[in-house]
Design a protein. Structure first.
Length: 351
């Protein structure tokens, strides 16, 4: 009987302890769980996957049972009571960041890591320019020439290219490239910075006034510096400005390359209205980054190409300035044509 009473008492005590333990397990405070952070880059889209260059990212923290947060971001520690915040990255270019977020309550904390890539448009510096301030031949440190004894063989063009002063000269702060009729054909000039000045990324600005005559084909453009070894279109071509011989009220911006997946030539571009391009100076610009390349007319973007490592637009390119006659984009030349000129106020490169 005594043993039975002791057994009943023991069972009762265990039951009480068990209930107490169960209650404590249920009610015991827990450290935060399910901690994560995500960021939305301002202005991000298909053309600018890492943001619009402002560096602004809107972050959201998620966590269960959290009272407050600490975020280690870009070597700064943020103390937060809200689970959303904005942060502005300032380091220029495209950079990778690893962010650590910790969610806290009275029992402790739990941390998580988040990686993000952000693009910040850095303030550009002028790295090279030709202001064409010295009268005479163009600066030989900046410009060489493509020359031909007869019609230029590309694109069915009609002109021969010379380095004669009647076709190319600097006068009164302006470079003048003049296409002329010589009675039996046409002469003009094609300047290039190949093996003299070449650039990867940046902003290229050219202020120019274009020829008005039917049949003239002016161009401001760039070729990959490996042109001599790989040829066109493998080297890549970026046309900052072209104008057809039959439409003097618009200009074109175009990219040309060899598509690696199909091993075939491809191109992409568009046009914009430029009604006073032959009577007034206007600004023709290329904005070029690893993520995107923009073509602008008077600071207004009208062509955007998404750049990537499969395209040839991630290496040195050189600049070409020329006026062609006839051909694929020149078309029929005015039978009364005598001469016309593309005038260039400056060429500037910022990086």
């Amino acid at each position: 009987m005594k043993n039975r009473i002791l057994l009943i008492l023991a069972v009762a005590v265990l039951s009480i302890v068990s209930c107490s333990s169960s209650d404590n397990d249920t009610n015991e405070p827990m450290v935060p769980t399910d901690v994560s952070i995500s960021g939305v880059k301002v202005g991000a889209d298909g053309s600018n996957p890492n943001g619009d260059g402002s560096g602004v990212v809107n972050f959201t923290i998620t966590a269960t049972n959290a009272s407050y947060y600490r975020v280690l971001i870009n070597n700064e520690t943020l103390e937060l009571t809200e689970n959303t915040f904005s942060y502005t990255f300032t380091q220029g270019g495209t950079n990778d960041y690893s962010i650590i977020v910790s969610a806290y309550n009275s029992e402790g904390f739990t941390s998580a890591t988040y990686d993000i890539t952000v693009y910040v448009f850095a303030e550009l510096q002028l790295v090279w320019s030709d202001e064409f301030n010295a009268n005479g031949a163009p600066n030989a440190s900046n410009w060489g020439y493509d020359l031909s004894d007869g019609p230029w063989p590309d694109n069915n063009e009609l002109q021969s290219y010379t380095n004669n002063a009647e076709n190319v000269i600097v006068e009164n702060g302006v470079l003048k490239i003049t296409a002329k009729s010589n009675g039996t054909g046409y002469t003009s000039a094609r300047l290039k910075s190949h093996n003299l000045q070449a650039f990867t990324y940046g902003k290229i600005e050219v202020r120019a006034k274009l020829p008005a005559s039917q049949g003239t084909w002016p161009a401001i453009w760039m070729l990959g510096s490996n042109f001599s070894s790989v040829g066109w279109p493998h080297c890549g071509e970026m046309d900052i400005m072209e104008q057809t011989g039959w439409d003097k009220n618009s200009v074109l911006g175009t990219f040309h390359w060899q598509d690696s997946s199909s091993n075939s030539y491809t191109h992409y571009g568009d046009s914009t209205t430029a009604s006073s391009s032959t009577s007034e100076f206007h600004l023709y610009t290329l904005e070029w980054t690893p993520e995107a390349i923009n073509v602008l007319y008077d600071d207004e973007t009208y062509v955007t190409l998404t750049n990537n490592n499969n395209l040839p637009f991630n290496a040195d390119f050189f600049i070409i300035l020329n006026v062609a006659m006839g051909g694929n984009l020149g078309g029929d030349v005015d039978p009364n044509f005598t001469q016309d000129t593309m005038e260039i106020d400056y060429v500037r490169v910022y990086q």
